[in-house]
Ligand binder design. Structure first.
Ligand code: APR
Ligand code: MG
Ligand code: MG
Length: 199
């Protein structure tokens, strides 16, 4: 198992830890940018209150709710839509990368649980509409939903520029690992994007 990673069962035995669950929601799409560049897949992330990109989700208390119930509750707050997430959508659990303690941060370790769920393009549109209007966290914890551009433009912008933004915790590697695992981008496309993002 990769460093910092632990099984769901082991993670749940860590009763002194804090737990957070986040999900990558995505769909296929036939739409084309400028009528010529296939977009292929819609992957949803969010601009958080702290100016960082992350996945929807949040802190869950396993003594009061299952991880999936907690995640579904967080999604209702942040997206304004109940998107049921189940154990079948679970990907991995790992300890959050350690960061310097601040006066407001608790000293107990944070375990991050990650999920991926494929939905219909129509549901993506509903989520975007609700997230920008009725969601309780709109304009507060969540400044807006964003789609990840997975294509490369003629000037080598697109995916590479997106990857050069700042991400919360391990959200950037959660994104890249999921895109590769689900074949939403090829290893070659990823390599080219990473090369352009370092220019
Ligand atoms: N996406 C979002 N957050 C992540 C991710 C990810 N991919 N990976 C790790 N995190 C970490 C962040 O460090 C974050 O502080 O998980 C923590 C909890 O996730 P949030 O989504 O921020 O939690 P939420 O319950 O929605 O918000 C509650 O948590 O971030 C704090 O003070 C902030 O008021 C907020 C509170
Ligand atoms: Mg939240
Ligand atoms: Mg959150």
């Amino acid at each position: 198992m990769a460093s910092g990673q632990l099984s769901r069962d082991k993670a749940l035995e860590c009763s002194s830890s804090r737990h957070a669950c986040h999900v990558m929601l995505y769909s296929d799409t036939a739409s084309q940018l400028f009528g010529r560049t296939p977009i292929k897949h819609i992957v949803l992330m969010q601009m958080r209150f702290d100016g960082l990109l992350g996945f929807p989700g949040g802190l869950v208390d396993p003594s009061e709710e299952t991880l999936e119930e907690g995640l579904t509750r967080e999604l209702l707050e942040e997206l304004g839509v109940a998107v049921p997430v189940s154990v079948e959508d679970y990907v991995e659990s790992r300890f959050a990368p350690s960061h310097p303690p601040t006066s407001s941060s608790s000293s107990s370790p944070l375990i991050l649980h990650f999920y991926v769920k494929k939905i219909e393009e129509e549901q993506i549109r509903e989520i975007e509409k609700a997230a920008a209007s009725t969601a309780a966290d709109h304009g507060l914890e969540v400044l807006g939903m964003v789609r990840v551009p997975l294509y490369s433009t003629k000037s080598h912008a697109g995916f590479s520029c997106f990857l050069s933004h700042s991400f919360i915790g391990n959200a950037r590697s959660q994104l890249v690992d999921s895109l590769l695992r689900l074949h939403l981008v090829s290893p070659g496309e990823l390599r080219r994007a990473l090369r352009s993002s370092q220019r």
